[in-house]
Every structure is written in structure tokens, then in C-alpha cells.
Design a protein around this ligand. Structure first.
Ligand SMILES: C[S@@+](CC[C@H](N)C(=O)[O-])C[C@H]1O[C@@H](n2cnc3c(N)ncnc32)[C@H](O)[C@@H]1O
Length: 201
């Protein structure tokens, strides 16, 4: 977890305990339900927690704001963001029930009272609106924008973490996202060709 403290300070004792608890929790859940690739679990803090917090480098979610994590899987980026922004409400959604089961257990063990979960396809959510959406490794930008538009309040923003060559995906999306190169913030080799895209919808 040193890699988190290298880039972020000012954590409360509770946040430090929550961050430290992530590794044993995910190790234990991953043995039952595979939510993180086995080879990545040893670099959980770099490849999952710090990657998720790339969103926090670019944007501060305000107290009382609500954020939906589309296709959260085992809780990324939603769980690290919920630890980082304890006064913001995070709604973590995934179409796979067993993944949501892990997320619920992790949120409960960490006593994250700003996290709610839902087993659903995001396009079926019609009864709630959010201030922002976050997502990592779920769908092409155009699809994420379409899904987000339906669940965001007017002028809500989508933040999505993506990797590789995004030229065709962006030019074919019909949107012009802001593009942040994460290696500018985190020089570790893992962050080469990793980007945060933000689009206000
Ligand atoms: C590659 S995983 C990424 C999980 C997590 N975001 C991460 O980065 O570790 C993609 C996830 O998106 C979920 N997913 C795909 N389509 C979805 C949809 N329409 N609504 C909700 N979840 C969806 C899948 O069930 C899966 O858990």
C-alpha cells in the first residue's frame, strides 16, 4: 500500500485502515469468486487501487454528490473512490450477481456506509439519476456515453479508465472527451498507455 501513500496523503486513520484491509479481503474473496486476475492480486494496490484513484487526481467529487460505477466487477474503481471520498455516495452496479456479492461483502467489511450496490444491467436502471459516472474496462466509449446519459443528471460527467490505442474508439464515438495520460501522474510502467477520459453529457 506504500504506492498509494507515495501519491496521496491526508488520509484519516479510518481510511488508512480501510486501504490496508483491501488486500486481505480481496485475497480471501478471490479464492472463492474470481474478481481479480490471479497474476494481478500481488499488485492490487498499483494495478487496481492506484489506477482507480487516477480519477481522484483529475476530479474531486463533492460532499453529497452521487456517483454510479458502471460495471464495477469486484468494485473498481468504485471501492477505492468510496474510501477516498467518504462524503460522496457511490452506487456500484454490475450485471453479474456473484461479483456484486463480493462488492457487498467488501463494502460491509470496510464499513463503507457511502456505498450501495445493485445487480443489474445499467441500461435497465430507469428510476435513479446520478451526478457522475465512473467505469473501467466495460464497454466502448460510445456505449458508455449512451448508458451514462440515461442515468446522469443534466451536465453530469462520465469518467472512464481505458488503455491502449483509443484513436478509432474516440473518433467513432461522436464525442470529444478530455484525455488525461495517467503516466504523467504515475510514472510506473503499468500506467503507460493508460488514460482517463472525461465527457460532460
Ligand atoms: C472486464 S470487467 C471490469 C470490472 C471492473 N470495472 C474492473 O475494472 O475491475 C467488466 C464488467 O462489466 C460488467 N458489465 C458488462 N456489461 C454491463 C452492463 N450492461 N451493465 C452492468 N454491468 C456490465 C461485467 O459483468 C463485468 O463485471
Amino acid at each position: 500500500m506504500e504506492i498509494i501513500l507515495k501519491y496521496f496523503g491526508d488520509f484519516s486513520e479510518k481510511q488508512l485502515q480501510q486501504l490496508a484491509a483491501l488486500e486481505p479481503l480481496y485475497r480471501s474473496w478471490n479464492e472463492k469468486i474470481n474478481v481479480i486476475s490471479r497474476k494481478d492480486i500481488d499488485s492490487l494496490y498499483e494495478k487496481h487501487v492506484l489506477h482507480a484513484l487516477g480519477i481522484a487526481v483529475i476530479n474531486s467529487f463533492g460532499a453529497g454528490q452521487s456517483v454510479i460505477d458502471i460495471g464495477t466487477g469486484g468494485g473498481f474503481p468504485g471501492i477505492p473512490l468510496a474510501i477516498f471520498f467518504p462524503d460522496t455516495q457511490f452506487h456500484l452496479v454490475d450485471a453479474t450477481g456473484k461479483k456484486i456479492k463480493v462488492v457487498e461483502a467488501v463494502a460491509e467489511a470496510l464499513k463503507l456506509d457511502n456505498v450501495s450496490t445493485q445487480h443489474a444491467r445499467v441500461e435497465d436502471i430507469r428510476d435513479r439519476k446520478f451526478d457522475a459516472a465512473v467505469s473501467r474496462a466495460v464497454a466502448p466509449l460510445a456505449t458508455l456515453c449512451r448508458w451514462s446519459k440515461a442515468v446522469l443528471r443534466k451536465k453530469g460527467t462520465l469518467f472512464c479508465l481505458k488503455g491502449g490505442d483509443l484513436h478509432d474508439e474516440i473518433s467513432g464515438s461522436g464525442y470529444r472527451p478530455r484525455i488525461y495520460e495517467l503516466e504523467h501522474y504515475f510514472p510506473e510502467p503499468f500506467f503507460r498507455e493508460k488514460y482517463l477520459l472525461s465527457v460532460t453529457l
